[in-house]
Design a protein around this ligand. Structure first.
Ligand code: SAH
Length: 360
C-alpha cells in the first residue's frame, strides 16, 4: 500500500489533515517517509545543498564556530551540535578546517540530530573519527554546558501550519482532504488563532501566513541553553524575517513539483520565518538577518577560492568558480538564503554578522 493510499484511508477515518500532519507523514513515515527511506541529496538526488556544492561552505562555518568559541574563552568541554547534518559533509569540512585550532577538538563533544537512518550511516562514514552521538531531537543532547550549534537547510524541513485570513478576526486553516484517489486542498471553518493576533493588522483577507510550531520550540530550546550556558547557534536557510504567502513546496529531481502529488516521493519544505525563531529564542540575542552571499564574502570565501584555484586547472577550475558564484551570487543562493546567529546576551558580536537584529 502506498503512502498516498494510507493517507486517503486516514482522511476517510478521521477527516482532513493539517499541512503539518501531512509534512510529518510524508517526510518521516517509518516505511514511506522521504527522509526515512533514502538519500535525497546531491547531483543524483532531488536537490543540492551548499556544503555539497563546495567544501568552502563547511570550512568557513567551522572557522566561524572556532572564532566564537575562542571569543568566549575557549570553554571546555562543550557540545558541538548539528541539526540535520545530511551526508555529514558540512561537519567533515568544518572539522578539517579547524583541526589546528588549539584545544578545540579535545574540548568538543559531537552530537548529530538526524531522523534518517540512511543519512546517519553516511554521517558515520565521514565522522567516525570524532565519535559522534546521534539523537532524534535536540531534547536528548546533554544539557547544562555551552552549546555551539549549526543548522543548514534543517528548519525548512520542519512541519508548518498554514492559515488563510478570513473576514473579521478569523483564520481558516488550510487542510488536506481527499476526493476519490486524489489529495485535495480545503479550508477549515474560521476561528481566532492566538498565535496570529499580531498579524491581523498586516495580513489582508485571503492572504496566507505560516507558523512553524516545531521550529519555534527548537529555537526556544537553543535560546535557553545558549543564554544560560554560553555558545552560539548559526541557522542558515531560505526564507525571510516574516512569513507571508504560501511557501509550501515540493522538490523532486531538481524541479518544483505539486506537493500533494507524490506523498513520500518528494521533498517538502517551507520558507523559514526567521523573526519567529529569533523571538522564540529569547533570552538569546539574534544577529541581524544577513544574506548568505554577504556573510560568506565577509568570512573570506573569495580569498579561500583563490587559494584553492592555484592547485586546479581545466574542468575542476571551472567547477570551483561556478561553486563560488552559486553560493554567493544574489541571483543564485546568495540572497534567497539567509543567516541568523543566536548569541548569549553578553557575547561579542559574531564574525560576519551585525550584532542586533530588527526589534523582535
Ligand atoms: N544540512 C544538510 C542536509 C539538509 S537536508 C546539508 O546542508 O546538506 C535536511 C536534513 O535534516 C536531512 O539530514 C534530514 O534527514 C534532516 N531532518 C529533516 N527533518 C528532521 C527532523 N524532524 N528531525 C531530525 N532530522 C531531520
Amino acid at each position: 500500500m502506498t503512502l498516498k493510499d494510507r493517507l486517503i484511508e486516514r482522511i476517510a477515518r478521521t477527516g482532513p489533515m493539517t499541512v503539518a500532519d501531512y509534512m510529518t507523514e510524508c517526510l518521516l513515515h517509518p516505511e514511506h517517509g522521504y527522509y526515512t527511506t533514502g538519500d535525497p541529496l546531491g547531483g543524483a538526488g532531488d536537490f543540492i545543498t551548499a556544503p555539497e556544492i563546495s567544501q568552502m561552505f563547511g570550512e568557513l562555518l567551522g572557522l566561524w564556530l572556532a572564532q566564537v568559541w575562542m571569543d568566549q574563552g575557549a570553554p571546555s568541554p562543550f557540545n558541538l551540535v548539528e541539526l540535520g547534518p545530511g551526508r555529514g559533509t558540512l561537519m567533515a569540512d568544518a572539522l578539517r578546517a579547524t583541526r589546528t585550532v588549539p584545544g578545540l577538538h579535545g574540548a568538543m563533544q559531537l552530537h548529530l540530530v538526524e531522523a534518517s537512518p540512511t543519512l546517519r550511516a553516511a554521517q558515520e562514514g565521514l565522522l567516525s573519527d570524532f565519535a559522534p552521538h546521534w539523537h532524534d531531537s535536540l531534547a536528548t543532547v546533554p544539557d547544562g554546558g555551552p552549546l555551539f550549534l549549526v543548522a543548514n537547510e534543517f528548519f525548512d524541513a520542519l512541519p508548518i501550519r498554514q492559515y488563510q485570513r478570513g473576514g473579521a478576526d478569523g483564520w481558516h486553516e488550510r487542510m488536506i482532504g481527499a476526493d476519490g484517489e486524489n489529495l485535495i486542498w480545503g479550508l477549515s471553518p474560521p476561528s481566532t488563532v492566538a498565535a496570529l493576533s499580531e498579524r491581523l493588522h498586516n495580513v489582508s483577507e485571503g492572504q496566507i501566513v505560516e507558523l512553524c510550531p516545531a521550529g519555534e520550540a527548537i529555537a526556544g530550546e537553543i535560546g535557553r541553553r545558549v543564554a544560560a550556558f554560553g555558545g552560539a547557534a548559526l541557522i542558515i536557510d531560505y526564507g525571510d524575517w516574516t512569513s507571508i504567502g504560501d511557501t509550501f513546496q515540493a522538490m523532486a529531481s531538481h524541479a518544483y513539483a505539486d506537493p500533494l502529488a507524490d506523498p513520500g516521493g518528494a521533498d517538502l519544505t517551507a520558507h523559514v520565518a526567521f523573526g519567529a525563531l529569533a523571538r522564540a529564542a529569547n533570552p538569546a540575542v539574534p544577529s541581524t538577518l544577513t544574506p548568505q552571499g554577504v556573510f560568506l564574502e565577509r568570512l573570506g570565501i573569495t580569498p579561500r577560492a583563490q587559494t584553492l584555484l592555484k592547485g586546479l586547472s581545466g574542468p575542476a577550475r571551472d567547477q570551483l568558480v561556478a561553486a563560488h558564484r552559486r553560493l554567493t551570487h544574489p541571483e543564485e543562493m546568495g540572497n534567497l538564503f539567509k543567516v541568523l546567529a543566536l548569541m548569549p546576551p553578553s557575547a561579542a558580536p559574531p564574525p560576519g554578522l551585525d550584532p542586533q537584529g530588527p526589534a523582535a
